[in-house]
Structures are given as C-alpha cells and as structure tokens.
Ligand binder design. Structure first.
Ligand code: GLU
Length: 458
C-alpha cells in the first residue's frame, strides 16, 4: 500500500472513553502495520462544549495506552480561516448558498450573496438531488445513498464556525489522509462528506467504519456499564498493555482464538479487512482475565513500580512492605488495586470476621477456641518464624489433636485476616510476622469464647 496516513479526530467534549480509544487504536495499528503515519487532530470547533481539560484527558489517555502520534497535533480551532475560504469557494461555485433565519422563525431561507452582507448568515451545502453517492467501505462493503434522500446541510454556522461535515473534509484533505477509520455511527455522514470532496474536486480517502461496542446487556456501551473513560481504568488498576490488548480484540481477532497478543505481533497481524461487521460486546470479565495475565507476566520489580501509587493512596509508602506482598497476591490479583484490597489486614487491624466464614469455620466456638489455643501455645514457642516451620507446627498440632489440618487452617486464616480466602496460609503467617499473628489469634480465641458463652444454654 502507498503511504498510509490515518488520523484520530476526537472532539474534546468528553473524556476519552473505550469506544474512542478503540478507534484510535485501530488507526494506530493500521498505520504501524503499513509503516504509515498516525495523526491526531483535536476537533474543537464546538466552542461551547470543548474544554482544554478534555483535550488534556484525551492526550494523557493516548499516551498511557502507548498510542503515540506522528507529526504535529492539529487543532481545528486554529484553522477557522481555511474553512471559511473553502465555504466561500463553494458558494462562489454555486454549490453552497447563504441562508438566513429571520427572527422568530425556525426555517433557514436562502439569500443571495449580495443580500447576505451584514446579516448573520449560515452557509448550506446544496445537495445535488439526482446524484447517487456510493462508496466501498473496507469493513462494510458497498454502500449506496441517493442524493434525493439527503437534505441540504449546514457547512458554516452563522457564528463563523464550520460544522463537523465541512471541517473534517477540509482537514482530511489537507492532512493527506488516505484512510478514514471511525465508528459506524458516522456512516450517515459519509455521503455528505463525499459530496464536499466532489464539489472541491479532491481525491477521496478510503473509508472503514468500525462496529459498535455494546454492553453485556447488548445496549450501546455507556456509563451505565461502569467505568468507560480510559484513565478511569488506569485508576482502577488496569495495566495499559492489558487494556490495549483487550480493546484490540473488540471487533478484530488475530485468529486461532488467540486472546493474549503482544503489541508487536498485533501490529504485524492487524488487518482492517478482518474487522467484523457485528457489534462487539464489552466483557468486563474478559478484561479482568487479560489484566490478571499481564500482571503475572510482570516481574516483581515492575509490579513494585506500578503498585506504589495504589499503596500510597492508603498511606503505605514503604517499598519493603509492598515488595513482601507481591509474591503473595500476584497469582490472584485481577487488578493492581486488588493487591491493596486483598492485603488490607497487613495495614489494618482485624476487627471483624467474614460472616459466611464465621458460620462455616467458627461454628462450634468453644471447640474452635480450644484448638486455636493449642496452636497458639505451640506457635509461641516457635523461634524460627518461617512458612516451613509454621507449617510443621500447625500440622503437628492437627495430628496431636487428631483433626484434619483444614480444621486448623481455615479458623486460623479467619482469625488473622478476617477473610476466608487469600494466599497460602503459612507464607501469609510468615509475612504478617509472629507478633501480629499471635495477637490476632488471642483476640479470636477471646471472641470465640464469648460467642460460645452466649450460645450455651444455661
Ligand atoms: N470528531 C469526530 C468524532 O469525535 C470525528 C469523526 C471522524 O473521525 O470523522 O466523532
């Protein structure tokens, strides 16, 4: 393919969300695959709704995802003169006309150029009613529109700002865009834009309209489905590589049912023609799974870097403390935030026990208390506080009491973490430290005895 030039053209009227990010990503993959250029254009001509904060959010999101752009960033708000020139040219050619909405009316009426002077006029494109507009979409195939079905449309608003339809064509042309890859909600805009290309005698780009993204309820993905902005995923502890991988699979597949595909391979395998027509369903569980796979692929040092901000939010800034936790939770964390959630009892005292856990593992409180007391007194004597030696003690106690090790392991876990699940108990006990473990066991024994006294009928 010749020199491929594609662009991502977000409007800074909202955060960059999953749908926009997927569009950016497919453009980026397409450009990198063909050794072409990926350009970025901020479509900020809707002055009322565009804000610099949103532009900032979009740029940060793209950077975080590694969607680096080539050449200089283009802002439409800096190109207003150019759109005005083109609009004027179309009027001069008779292909567009001034129109004016008299006070109190809603209908915009055509006015001759000499009457336009001094009035607040808009410019409308005159759609040739007898023309047929057709194009071959790289994803959706042949698409036909009839001119008679398209109303004349505004290209320049009366406030002097261009509409999206005009600005997008002018810029795609002047930026030398070869392929327009965007969401399928833009299909109805395409014939209008093609008419402007024709009117200006400009070469058409190729079009590729990406399928929609739906929530699990098969409705259009929206805030109702949870976090949708890219930086919110970062905040929730998703890795950029994982979100990248996940987004790439929303509508495209590298084949062979592969789900974990490194970036380099994505670039070499990506084929816009293989993007499906059917809407893609956003599956949070799949994202969680992909994220957990990427977490496991990280080294402990890399994870330490990534985890620091999450732990510092809860006031934990000690690298050594965090480092100790990594091997304990790496296998079960779905997100970086999970490391913090799952290890709470390292930084907070245990004051409550999981309700279901109580029903299951603290069922006969006095019996459990007495078993734990035996453990406690053996553990008190243990000098070498290592997982291996702790395990020896616990299993020894189980044997001497003639109960299964599980009858001790579950109540100990509940006592020292308040939870019913977590990392291997003996490693966990080593990491928590002797003093903490013994204190929590003592407290649990007390709690059990009280509970036992209440439960026992007089
Ligand atoms: N600013 C438009 C949008 O955000 C760009 C559409 C296009 O790519 O042509 O939807």
């Amino acid at each position: 393919m010749g020199d491929v030039r594609v662009r991502f053209a977000p409007s800074p009227t909202g955060y960059l969300h999953v749908g926009g990010a997927r569009t950016a990503l497919y453009n980026w993959l397409f450009a990198r695959h063909h050794g072409g250029k990926f350009l970025l254009r901020i479509e900020d001509t809707d002055v009322k709704r565009s804000t610099p904060e949103m532009t900032d959010n979009i740029l940060k999101s793209l950077e975080w995802l590694g969607l680096t752009w080539d050449e200089e960033l283009v802002y439409q708000s800096q190109r207003l003169e150019i759109y005005r020139e083109v609009a004027k040219e179309l009027v001069n050619k008779g292909l567009a006309y001034y129109c004016y909405t008299p006070e109190g009316e809603s209908e915009c009426i055509e006015v001759a150029p000499e009457e336009a002077e001094g009035k607040k006029v808009a410019i409308k494109f005159r759609v040739p009613k007898s023309e047929r507009i057709e194009f071959t979409d790289l994803i959706r195939g042949h698409i036909v529109f009839e001119g008679k079905d398209i109303k004349d449309f505004v290209i320049m608003k009366s406030d002097g700002y261009p509409t999206y339809q005009l600005a997008v064509v002018v810029d795609d042309h002047s930026m030398g865009i070869t392929h327009v890859i965007r969401g399928e909600d833009h299909i109805p805009n395409t014939p209008k834009q093609i008419l402007i290309y024709r009117a200006m005698g400009w070469e058409l780009p190729q079009f590729a309209h990406l399928p929609m993204i739906l929530g699990p309820d098969k409705k259009k993905l929206s805030k109702r489905h949870g976090a949708v902005s890219v930086l919110e995923y970062r905040r929730q502890g998703y890795l950029s590589e994982a979100l990248f991988n996940f987004l790439a699979l929303l509508g495209w597949s590298p084949g062979e049912d592969r789900e974990i595909v490194p970036k380099d391979e994505m670039i070499s395998l990506f084929d816009i023609k293989k993007v499906g027509k059917r809407a893609a369903v956003f599956d949070m569980q799949k994202l969680n799974w992909i994220n957990s796979v990427y977490i496991r692929m990280k080294t402990d040092d890399e994870l330490l870097e990534l985890l620091r901000p999450f732990f510092s939010e809860v006031g934990v800034t000690d690298d050594e403390a965090i480092r100790k936790l990594i091997p304990l939770y790496k296998e079960r964390a779905r997100t970086l935030r999970d490391f913090v959630e799952l290890s709470r009892y390292f930084f907070e005292d245990v004051t409550e026990y999981d309700e279901k856990g109580v029903k299951k593992h603290f069922k006969r409180p006095l019996e459990v208390a007495s078993r734990l007391e035996t453990c406690l007194s053996e553990l008190e004597k243990l000098e070498n506080w290592t997982a291996q030696d702790i395990e020896g003690v616990v299993r020894g106690v189980a044997e001497s009491l003639d109960v299964s090790a599980a009858k001790l392991i579950h109540p100990i876990r509940l006592s020292i973490t308040g939870m019913t699940f977590g990392p291997g108990l003996f490693e966990l006990m080593e990491a928590l430290g002797k003093e903490t473990v013994l204190n929590r066991l003592r407290r649990a024994i007390e709690w059990l005895k009280m509970r036992g006294a209440q439960d026992t009928p007089e």
